[in-house]
Every structure is written in structure tokens, then in C-alpha cells.
Ligand binder design. Structure first.
Ligand code: ADP
Ligand code: ZN
Length: 629
């Protein structure tokens, strides 16, 4: 297909044509088309779309169709470089200006802009409002025109957001100085307050507001109990799940420990936390982005500015602080729209750790408890626990938190795929609580369970608790089962536990209601993780093999150019190649993600690899037939 930009602009389907020509995609994602239309009509727009929704395309594509320079304001330098690289790889004139460049380089780039070679310019907000830059912008406006200001991560303008940046506040000046240039603000923030703030702070004029659903339908959600064997389970899980992944832990120490365990087990993993030098963090991040290592073990400090679209799993090995952070952190998976899993390991021990941290929230001057902050933190913790313990669809719970209704069964979370039944555990609860009473409310859960199960522990014998009527009446259940009953009783408030570090169980009014048979106790059955192994058909195994081979080729090409592999092709494109196995350049050009530039640049090598793969398959198939004869 030859493409004449000038004549395409005049046609109604110019966006579709440009989408295939420059980006290689066949269809717009939900919302993109109407946003792009508004931008082309010089309207202000506010785009609220979750991570991976495809926000960048909303300003990149109009930039190609509008005369003049489009300016993208982005606070994250790594992201900026990455996007420019991807655009250049698609044959699009793009560049960035930030503090990492020398004066000479800045001048060279400015010249290219004034020569009209550049359609998209990325800048950091702090540079934007400097005297020399504003002067330069005026020059650009006069000579080639400014098409749009696209303000990425627009929630940074709001103090109510999770990432307020004072420099963003000054962006209003841009609006005043270049009052005819339309503004496009984009964010993944879900709260209403921040949205209102963005509109006000940036002085948007009757903007088109696009709010996408926050449902990330390509995600599989699961919560697993974090038991004694959790580390081994974690390693098994990482081995079972192909592709890149992030494991989040709460402390640096845990990050180091888990990294080491993974490495010992032959999994390529690196750590990332605030205790490492900038240099080490940078190197580790780059190695992860380039697929030199498969797994990043990190504290939450990692991930804000990274734009790796093919992260296939995010595992929270420790409890997240609140549901919003869980959503944002797990949301770093699957930006390319391909399936990804978000797994949370949940233990009651973690709750105690966080509760302890909450109690430490004190006023630094008076040393008094920050009551309001503690209350908010407790409520947020409660919501995380509700999510983890909930029997409803995990999506329903998350989206409800963001005020978005979601109907019923998503079919892609553990609770939907393996609904847990609730069982009546009233009798067991009575045994448990009466054992607490008979031990005079002076022991913790482990001890009570030992008594129930008739342990010959020295302490029990010395206390003569083997003489109690509740001694040994609980042999029919395992320790784990009793523990989960105990935790659930705590959670439902049917028994209390002291917070003095000893965790002694104490009966309360509700405990007595259970003991007096005035209250039933229901317990969700714990369940095994969903089996991920299914029998693969031969065709699928075949596609899997080719996918691996194409991945290797992609990595080779990426290394030759020192770019991350996803800049060459997205996982989704490789998957399609592996399934459809195009053996000619024409057929290869049909694959989603293959634009004209990439077709010319990479087509021959990929097609050659696919042809070679198909040849060996055919001959090995023939051999098998002959042997069968
Ligand atoms: P966001 O900024 O909203 O997190 P991105 O702009 O990074 O999302 O897009 C996420 C991924 O989706 C990128 O890999 C991008 O190339 C891809 N993408 C965007 N639009 C489309 C489309 N219409 N068809 C296929 N893939 C798309
Ligand atoms: Zn579900």
C-alpha cells in the first residue's frame, strides 16, 4: 500500500489509514476513535483510561494528521525516551528535550523541529516554562505552528492525586500564552476528585471527557493463602508462568531474600529497592526491560515510570496498603492487552505487620497518635482484607471500590472459576471457643489448636490441659483447617486477640452468642489454586515453539539496535505470527502491529524464520508418518 498523507488527510477514514500505515493496527481500541476525532477538530479533551488502554495513540495519531508540531508533556524521562524510540522505529519524526541532553544536542534537535522534520516533541514540565524554551515555542508557533499540547499523567496537577508535582501547576500559563492551541489531558487516575481538579487546574474549555471502564479484562485475578510453604509455591508459580514478571514485597530485606531464592532455583531475577544506588537500579531496570532477566523483585518504588507492555504477571508477595495501590501496581501487567495474571499472597501475619505500622503513625512533634490518618489507614486495610477474603468475583469487588458497577461473573478470577462454597462450622467454632474458655483465656491460637488436637506437648501436659474436656476433640480436622477457622473467627469479630505481642485469645460478647447457640458460623472453604495445566493440542504446542523462536529473533534484533524487544514487535504480534505462520512478505504485512516501516525493516528476517520453521515441521511430520506406516 502506498500512502499519501496529504490526500489521506482529506478523506474521512484518514485515522484508520494512518493507524495501519504507521502503527500496523487494524482497529481502534474503545474510545480512541472519538478522542482522535475531537483532537483533530481542535477540541480540548480529558482522557481517563486505565493503564494499557492505549492513551498514547490518542495524541500520537492526530499529531501525524495535523499540521504543525504536537507537544507532549511527560514527567517521566525513561518513558519519554522509550516512546520516542518506538515512534522512530515506526518511521515517525519524534524527539525529546530534557535535562539529560547537552546544549549542542538541544540545538541540533531544535533545528530539526524548525525544519519541520519532527511531528512530536516530548518535554518535561520543568523545562517547558523556562525563559529560553518559551522563546523557542514562540518561534515554533510562528514558523510551523503548534498543533496540540498533550499533557500526560495529568493527575500530577492535583494535590488529591497520588503523585502531585508542583511544576504541573504552572501548565496553566501555557494555556494563557498559547490560548488557541487545544489541550489534551490524559491520566489513569480513577477518582472523581482528581478529575475535577485536572479540569480546573488546566483550565480546559468544554472538553470532551472520555472515561473508560477500569476493568482490565485481560487480567486473571487470584488470591492465595500465604502458608509456610509460600516461598516454594512462589517459585513454582514463577516457573509455571512464562514471560516477564514483577514480584512486589514490602521490605528491602524481603526483596533481597526472594531474589536470592529465585536465583538459586535458576530463575533470572534482579532486585529493585530504595537501598540500592541509582546506578544499580537503573541497570537492573534496563536489564528487565530488555528481557535480559525475566523477573524483577521490588518494593513498590519500582514500576512508576516503566513502560514495559509485555509484563505477564504481577505477584504481590506481601499485602498492598490499599486497593487503589493494588489496582495500580497489578496494573503494570499486560499493558499490551494480552493475558496476564495478578496474584496476591495473603496471610493474617501480614495484617498484623501493617496494623503495627499503622499504630506507629505518630505526630513527630507531640508524639501523639495521628488519629485521623490511622483511621483512614485502618479503613483501607479493611478494604484490602475484604478483597482478599471475599467470596465474590474479584473484579466486582475492585470495580465497586472505584464506583463502577460490574455485573456478576467475570469468568477470569479464582472466585468465578472455582466458586468456594460456604460451610457451617458452628459446632467446630463452639469447640474452639470453649477450649479458649477452659484454658482461661491465657493462650494463643497455636496452643488452643494443640489442645484441641490432643498434642502431647510438654507445656500442655505440665498445665494438665490434657485433662480438659476439650482435649483431643478436634482430631478430625488438620491444623491448617483449625487455623483458618480461628482466623475467620477473628475476622468476623467472634473472638478477640490481645495486641500486646502475645496474641492471646479472649472471648467477647459475640463469642458467647456462638457458645450459647444463638449464632451460626459460616466459613468459606479454602480451595486449591486453579489448575493452569491443560492438555495442549498439537497445533498449540506448535505455535508455542514458533513463538519461542520468534521471541529469540526479536531479542537478537533488539540487541543489535540496543532497544527493548517490545519496540521491535509486541507480544501480541508475535503470537499472531506464531498462529498464522505467514510465509510471504504480503501475508506478514497483514499481521496486526506490522506497519509499513516495520514490514520493510524486519519482514524478511521474520518471514525467513517462519519459513524455516514450517519446513522442519513438515519434514519431521513426514518422518513420523513413515514410521507409523
Ligand atoms: P497507556 O498509555 O494507556 O497505558 P499505551 O498507550 O502505552 O497505554 O498502549 C498500550 C499498548 O497498546 C501499547 O503497546 C500500544 O502500542 C497498544 N495499542 C494502542 N492502541 C492500539 C490499537 N488500536 N490496536 C492494538 N494495539 C494498540
Ligand atoms: Zn470474577
Amino acid at each position: 500500500m502506498t500512502f499519501d498523507l496529504a490526500s489521506a488527510i482529506a478523506t474521512a477514514d484518514a485515522p484508520e489509514q494512518a493507524l495501519k500505515h504507521f502503527f500496523g493496527y487494524d482497529q481502534f481500541r474503545p474510545g480512541q476513535r472519538s478522542i482522535i476525532e475531537a483532537v483533530l477538530n481542535h477540541q480540548d479533551v480529558l482522557v481517563i483510561m486505565p493503564t494499557g488502554g492505549g492513551k498514547s495513540l490518542c495524541y500520537q495519531l492526530p499529531a501525524l494528521l495535523k499540521p504543525g508540531l504536537s507537544i507532549v508533556i511527560s514527567p517521566l524521562i525513561a518513558l519519554m525516551q522509550d516512546q520516542v524510540q518506538s515512534l522512530e522505529d515506526n518511521g515517525i519524526g519524534a524527539t525529546f528535550l530534557n535535562s539529560t541532553l547537552t546544549g549542542a544536542e538541544v540545538r541540533r534537535r531544535s533545528d530539526r523541529i524548525l525544519n519541520g522534520e519532527i511531528k512530536l516533541l516530548y518535554v518535561a514540565p520543568e523545562r517547558l516554562l523556562t525563559e529560553p524554551f518559551l522563546y523557542f515555542l514562540n518561534e515554533v508557533a510562528a514558523e510551523i505552528g503548534i498543533a496540540t499540547f498533550a499533557i500526560d499523567e495529568a493527575h500530577c496537577v492535583s494535590e488529591w492525586g497520588h503523585d502531585f508535582r508542583p511544576e504541573y501547576r504552572q501548565l496553566k500559563q501555557l494555556r494563557q500564552q498559547f490560548s488557541t492551541v487545544p489541550v489534551l489531558a490524559l491520566t489513569a487516575t480513577a477518582t472523581d476528585r482528581v478529575r475535577q481538579d485536572i479540569q480546573q487546574q488546566l483550565a480546559l474549555r468544554q472538553p470532551l471527557i472520555h472515561i473508560a471502564s477500569f476493568n482490565r479484562s485481560n487480567f486473571y485475578y487470584e488470591v492465595r493463602p500465604k502458608q509456610k510453604q509460600a516461598q516454594r509455591e512462589l517459585i513454582r508459580l514463577v516457573k509455571q508462568t512464562p514471560g516477564s514478571g514483577i514480584i512486589y514485597c514490602l521490605s528491602r530485606k524481603k526483596v533481597e531474600e526472594i531474589t536470592q531464592k529465585l536465583q538459586e532455583d535458576g530463575i533470572e531475577a534482579l532486585p529493585y529497592h530504595a537501598g540500592l544506588s541509582d546506578q544499580v537500579r537503573k541497570v537492573n531496570q534496563t536489564r528487565f526491560i530488555r528481557d535480559d532477566v525475566r523477573v524483577m523483585v521490588a518494593t513498590i518504588a519500582f514500576g512508576m515510570g516503566i513502560n514495559k507492555p509485555d509484563v505477564r504477571f504481577v505477584i504481590h508477595y506481601d499485602l498492598p496498603r490499599n486497593l487503589e495501590s493494588y489496582y495500580q501496581e497489578s496494573g503494570r501487567a499486560g499493558r499490551d492487552g494480552e493475558p496476564a495474571s495478578c496474584i496476591l499472597f495473603f496471610s493474617y501475619g501480614d495484617i498484623r505487620t501493617i496494623e503495627y505500622l499503622i499504630e506507629q503513625k505518630l505526630d513527630p512533634t507531640t508524639g501523639e497518635a495521628l488519629v485521623a490518618e490511622q483511621q483512614i489507614a485502618r479503613q483501607q486495610l479493611r478494604q484490602v482484607i475484604d478483597y482478599a477474603e471475599g467470596l465474590d468475583c474479584r473484579r466486582t469487588i475492585q470495580l465497586r471500590y472505584f464506583g463502577e458497577p460490574f455485573e456478576g461473573n467475570c469468568g477470569n478470577c479464582d472466585n468465578c472459576l472455582q466458586p468456594r462454597s460456604r460451610q457451617d462450622w458452628t459446632i467446630e467454632a463452639q469447640k474452639f471457643l470453649s477450649c479458649v474458655a477452659r484454658c482461661k483465656e491465657r493462650y494463643g491460637m497455636g496452643y488452643i489448636i494443640d489442645v484441641l488436637r490432643g498434642s502431647k506437648d510438654k507445656r500442655i501436659l505440665a498445665n494438665q490441659h490434657d485433662q480438659l474436656s476439650t482435649y483431643g476433640i478436634g482430631k478430625d480436622h488438620s491444623i491448617d483447617e483449625w487455623r483458618s477457622l480461628g482466623r475467620s473467627l477473628l475476622h468476623q469479630g467472634l473472638v478477640d486477640e490481645t495486641a500486646d505481642g502475645y496474641s492471646v485469645l479472649k472471648l467477647n460478647a459475640l463469642s458467647w452468642e456462638v457458645l450459647r447457640k444463638q449464632r451460626t458460623v459460616m466459613l468459606a472453604q479454602s480451595h486449591r489454586p486453579v489448575a493452569t495445566q491443560e492438555t495442549q493440542s498439537e497445533a498449540r504446542a506448535n505455535a508455542e515453539l514458533l513463538f519461542d523462536r520468534l521471541r529469540k529473533l526479536r531479542k537478537e534484533i533488539a540487541d543489535e539496535q540496543s532497544v527493548p524487544p517490545y519496540v521491535v514487535f509486541a507480544d501480541s504480534s508475535l503470537r499472531l505470527m506464531a498462529q498464522l505462520q505467514p510465509q510471504s512478505i504480503e501475508a506478514f504485512g497483514e499481521i496486526s502491529g506490522v506497519g509499513s516501516h516495520k514490514l520493510a525493516r524486519y519482514g524478511p528476517r521474520f518471514v525467513e524464520t517462519i519459513q524455516a520453521f514450517c519446513r522442519t515441521r513438515r519434514s519431521s511430520g513426514k518422518q513420523a508418518e513413515q514410521q507409523a506406516d
